[in-house]
Structures are given as C-alpha cells and as structure tokens.
Design a binder for this molecule. Structure first.
Ligand SMILES: *Cc1c(COP(=O)(O)O)cnc(C)c1O
Length: 234
C-alpha cells in the first residue's frame, strides 16, 4: 500500500518521458488504474495521489467496491466481460466508459436497458486482435461492420476501440496487434462526427509499445497496485 504513491509517481514520470521521446508530449493520455482484486483502501490511496480514473473487470466486485470509494473520482471504467444479466447492476454504477462491448447482441441488450432509464452510455468496441479463443472481442475482420451496426442504437455512443495485447513477457509481440487496432481506429475516425476518440490499449507490461502505436488510454493494474492475489479476491 505504501508503494502506491511512488508507483504512480514513477509511472507518470515514465509516461511523460516516453511521450516526449516519441513526440506526443502535448497529447492527453487517460490513465485508467485497474484496481481489480485490490481493496477499496488501495483505490482511495491511488485517488489521493493523482489517479482520476479506475477500472474494474467484474460487475459483482465493482458493486461491492465502487460505492465505498471515499475520494473524488472522474470515471469508473468497466473493462471486463459483461454478462447480459449484470447490465442493470452495472448501469447503477454510472460507468464513464464500458470498454468491452463485442457483439450486436450485447449492444442491443445494453441499449434496451438504457432506454428504460432514458440515459445514453459511452462504450468502446473490444476487438480480439490476437485471435486467441479465450479472449473476448469481435474479430478484426468483423469490427468495422459491428461498429456501423451499433451506431444505430440511440442510447449508445461508440467512443472508440479497446484491445488486449499478448501476455508475452516480450512486449514487442503486441506491437502488430496494436497496429491493427490503430488501423481500424483511423479508418472509422476518418468519417466520424460524434467523438470517436479513444484508443484503449496498453497494460503494465506493454504500455510503451501501445503509446508508440497511438494509444491514448492506458489500463494499468499491477504497475500501480502491485501483484494481484486471486486467492483473496474481493
Ligand atoms: C487486469 C486488466 C488490465 C491491467 O493489467 P496489468 O497487467 O495488471 O496492468 C488491463 N486491462 C484489462 C482488460 C484487464 O483485465
């Protein structure tokens, strides 16, 4: 816990240095601190020391933790697999962004749930760039088509794209997948009029590569909060 502040300071300094190195120092990057498995105290600690956005990947866990957060928060991000029977619960937490919409079916369920409450929701489309079967996300080939279909839902605003790189110790392995996502992002953005402007890619081990490839939203867990202990998940 004592390390959270220094982890954030170090990470922010590293991000600034990296942005400068690649000539992107004037661009705004959103840093989402991924707090899954970590206690609310840790989230409060991070929010006290310069974090404004937090991310969780399970609705149950978010339902327990988010209402207990005592520090000011700009955005709660939902970044995990979303089951349709958890949509209503998730919406009570008023997510800033849902990163993990990957099918027309899920989008339609979300649109309907929002319609009942007269709200709109900002979402990202998750693309499975690596093609690994255990991962969520629409296939690279079908991503643009899905974005176009979802654009018809008045309660949803597609704000950009998300992907998860390879879990390889060598972050270079993720580069080609990040490039793929950026190519769809640029294509969709070219004829967008309603704020398609988030490219969510890059985690603790591969965020530098993600920034080089154009990411403007990093989802960082262990580099801020330390290693996760799934035994004591809470
Ligand atoms: C856990 C998680 C992260 C953060 O992972 P770290 O490697 O700890 O930085 C980012 N994105 C998603 C979707 C996650 O589930």
């Amino acid at each position: 816990m004592q390390n959270i502040q220094s982890n954030i300071d170090n990470l922010k300094a590293e991000i600034s240095a990296e942005l400068k190195r690649i000539g992107r120092e004037n661009e705004e990057i959103t840093l989402v601190a991924v707090s899954k498995t970590h206690p609310v105290d840790a989230i409060d600690e991070a929010l006290k020391h310069g974090i404004k956005h937090i991310g969780e990947n399970k609705v149950q866990e978010a339902m327990r933790k988010v209402p207990m957060i005592s520090q000011a928060l700009e955005g709660f991000h939902f970044i995990g697999r979303l089951q349709t029977n958890k949509i209503n619960q998730l919406l009570t937490l008023k997510p800033f962004l849902i990163h993990s919409i990957d099918s027309f079916y899920l989008a339609e369920k979300l649109h309907r749930a929002l319609g009942r409450t007269n709200r709109t929701q900002d979402i990202l489309i998750q693309v499975n760039t690596t093609g690994e079967t255990q991962k969520n996300g629409v296939d690279f080939e079908n991503a643009e088509k899905l974005i176009k279909r979802i654009a018809g839902f008045s309660c949803l605003r597609v704000r950009g794209l998300m992907t998860i790189g390879m879990m390889d110790p060598d972050p270079e392995v993720s580069r080609k997948y990040f490039k793929q996502l950026k190519s769809i992002y640029d294509k969709v953005r070219a004829d967008d009029t309603q704020g398609f402007d988030y490219l969510s890619m890059g985690m603790s081990h591969d965020w530098k590569i993600a920034l080089e490839e154009g990411s403007n939203m990093l989802r960082i867990g262990s580099a801020i909060f330390g290693a996760r202990d799934y035994q004591e998940e809470r």
